[in-house]
Design a protein around this ligand. Sequence first.
Ligand code: NAD
Length: 322
Amino acid sequence: MQRDPILVTGAAGFIGFHVAQRLLSAGETIVGLDNLNDYYDPALKSARLELLSPHPNFKFVKLDLADRAGMEELFRQYRFPTVIHLAAQAGVRYSLENPHAYVDSNLSGFLNVLEGCRHNGCRHLIYASSSSVYGANTKQPFSIEDRVDHPVSLYAATKKANELMAHAYTHLYGFPTTGLRFFTVYGPWGRPDMAYFLFTKAIAEGKPIKLFNQGKMRRDFTYVDDVVDAVQQLAVETSPVSKAWRVYNIGNNQPEELLGLVSIIEQKLQIRADKILLPMQPGDVESTFADIEDSVRDFGYEPRTNIADGLSRFVDWYRGHY
Ligand code: NAD
C-alpha cells in the first residue's frame, strides 16, 4: 500500500461498497472492514467484495466493530487519516425484535471507532447517521437546525446516540467528526431488506407486495451515487473543518409516495403489482423529507438523480444480477 489508507467500515455493505469503489477509482488506498453478518444474503456481500478485492490498493479485514481488542489492533496497525464509518446494524423493523444487535454494533462498535480515532491521530471521522433520527417530527422538510429529533425505534435512537457521542469526542479530543443523515438510499447492489428491492423482487416473481400505511408513506429516496458524491467530497475533496462537529442531511429533497415508487417499478418491468394495503407499522414514520441547504452551502452537495432514472438503473442491475 502506498499512501496512508482510508478506513471504510461496512465495505461489503451497500453504501460502503459503492464508497470504496469510487475512492479506489479516484486513486485512494482503502482498508475495508466488515464482519460479513447474515442480516441479509451474505452472497450479495461476497459478490460486492469480489469486485473490490482484485484492486491493488484495497485490503479487506474481516472484523466485528464490537471486538474491542481487534479494533485496537487494527488502528495500531494502520494510521488512518480519515475514517468513513458505514458499518452498522441497519433496519428499523429488525430493531424491534433484535435490540441487542444494535447496542453491540451501533453503540459499542461506534465507541471502538471513536477510541481508535482518538488514540491514533485520525484527522476526520465521517459516519452514517440516519433520517430516522427525526422520527415522529412533523415539521417538514426536516432541518438539522430545528433540533427536533424524536426517534421512534431503537435503530434511530442508536443513530442519534452516535451524533451525541461524536459531539463529546470532538469536544474532548479535537478531531473533526461529520455525521451524515442518509435518507432512504437506493440503487444497484442495494439492500434486499429495503422496500424498493422487496417490491422489485416480488413484482418480478408475480408475488404480492405489502404496502404499509396504505402505500401513503413518503420517502425522500436518494440515489446511491449522490450519497457517494457527498462522502467523497467530504473525505477527500475538502479539508475537514478544525475541531468541528457537524451533522448534515443527505437526501434528495423530493419525497415520493410508496405507491408512486411501485408504479415506476411496474412500468419498468411491464408487470402489474398485486398490492396488499396495510396499516402503519410500529417504529415507522409517515414521511421523510430532507432540507439539504446546509450540505449544498458547505460542500456543494447536489443530488442529481431523479427517482425514475435511479430506479430504472436499479431494476436493470437486478435483472442482470438475479
Ligand atoms: P448494509 O447493511 O448494506 O451495510 C452495513 C455493513 O456493515 C454490512 O455489510 C454489515 O455486514 C456490516 N456490519 C454490520 N454490523 C457490523 C459489525 N458489528 N462489525 C463489522 N461490520 C458490521 O447497510 P447500508 O445500507 O450500506 O448502510 C450503511 C450505513 O448507512 C449504515 O450505518 C446505515 O445505518 C446507514 N443508513 C443507511 C440508509 C439506507 O437507506 N441504506 C439510510 C440511513 C442510514
